[in-house]
Design a binder for this molecule. Sequence first.
Ligand code: UTP
Length: 491
Amino acid sequence: MLAEHMEELSTLRARLDAAGQGHVLRHWDELDDAGRARLADQLAALDLSLLQRLAAEYVVRRPDAALPTQIEPVETYPQQPAPGDVTRTAMYRDARARGLALLHEGKVGAFLVAGGQGTRLGYDGPKGEFPVTPIKRHPLFRVFAEQLRAWGRDARRAIPWYIMTSDANDAATRAYFAANAHFGVDPGDVYFFQQGMMPAFGSDGRLLLAGKDSLALSPDGHGGSLRALAKSGALADMRRRGIEHLSYFQVDNPLVHCIDPLFLGLHDLTGSEMSSKMIPKAGPLEKVGNFVRGDGVLQVIEYSDLPESLARQTDAAGALRFNAGSIAIHALRTAFIERLTADGELRLPWHRADKKVPFVDETGRSVEPTAPNAVKLEQFIFDAIPLASNAIVVDTDRAEEFSPVKNAEGVDSPATCLRDQIRRAARWLGEAAVEVPRQPDGEPDAVLEISPLFAPTAEHVRARGVPMTAVQPGGVLFLGPDGPEHADISG
Ligand code: UTP
């Protein structure tokens, strides 16, 4: 080995020893050059003093959930103004117009976070490839791409699309887009970038090795997206293009309105730096974050941290007091993200998850743990809300906008998502005066799919017009870009 490399190695070893992490070089002498380079690169990317602090704060002891003293429900913007509320009716009209103007002026970018590992679904590949629609089996990525194309068509201006991947799925995601001609989106308007990775810790705070030449790394959470936007150059790209707002959504929910002019307009007109959508919770203990006002500040408290006594509280009318569930749909000002990341450090808290992480032990043997042996740390996007000025929350309907594919079976699975897509399509058609046959249990008696290129909203369905008798009992109807197709179910 060259003298300068010896020098680098001894400096690295000293730094690791000082941080209590010297063991990661334990198998160094057995590694070939490629292995050494790999491990050295991974180690060079670590901020050892940060890791030392995080290990002390979150790993070797279990951090207490620091709850605010005063927890109150949030006030939200309703989906529609109450009848007779003249002020709000005017505000909503202005907001919708403002949202459309922002799109037309090119001030909105779409932001998809797709860096997660999707372990619960167990799909082999990036989750966005998952075939999700009821008839055409279009993948999640295509559903979003078609929505953006539809809104771009209306705005007469393409909507730039920022897609966050991670080290584990970046190459596969890019290849999939390339193989599918970017689903009709101009590749010049798609900006891929990778999020950061975080090493897994053993319960003693020491980093785990996935192999003799590699750390056990995993993506640093969707909150890491804010840091990654800055680091990757995506924020600079937005500045160049004049983008002022990002419409944030996650990869697993095909019902999401990737673009919502009313939401964007309310966000802009209220001067909100970060806005969120909420749905009424399905029950007091539903596993979604809760929007609350904590010591006066709008924030999300995770379901696991909200005291059960509060979660079950009802108001005089018997409704849940803490009813605002978070569905990870946000609008963010790019200036806010710039502010949060200005000094290169993103000051969001970390969240601990105890996981099973395979590792090599001190003898070099691979161990496949049968119980959680490791701590992973992630940052969450909703922790940016308390840092935002004028943050607002806007109501939406679960049936309209939330049915994620999280699990292989049961709740939030491909089966429930398929059902919910068909139900929504039936509702949109019903609102456009199309007769939708029903089964005895009230479910639509047809398989229905509406391409976003036909109509990204119920309003668009009404505007396009569909024959009243388009849906046959037991039939299969696909509304494609050019109109109704009575399709076979493929695949
Ligand atoms: P989830 O919380 O469902 O996590 O992510 P996941 O990793 O995809 O799935 P599991 O928990 O392993 O089953 C919600 C959204 O946040 C993104 C995901 O891609 C998904 O769009 N995400 C999550 C990231 O982009 N990066 C992360 O580090 C974590």
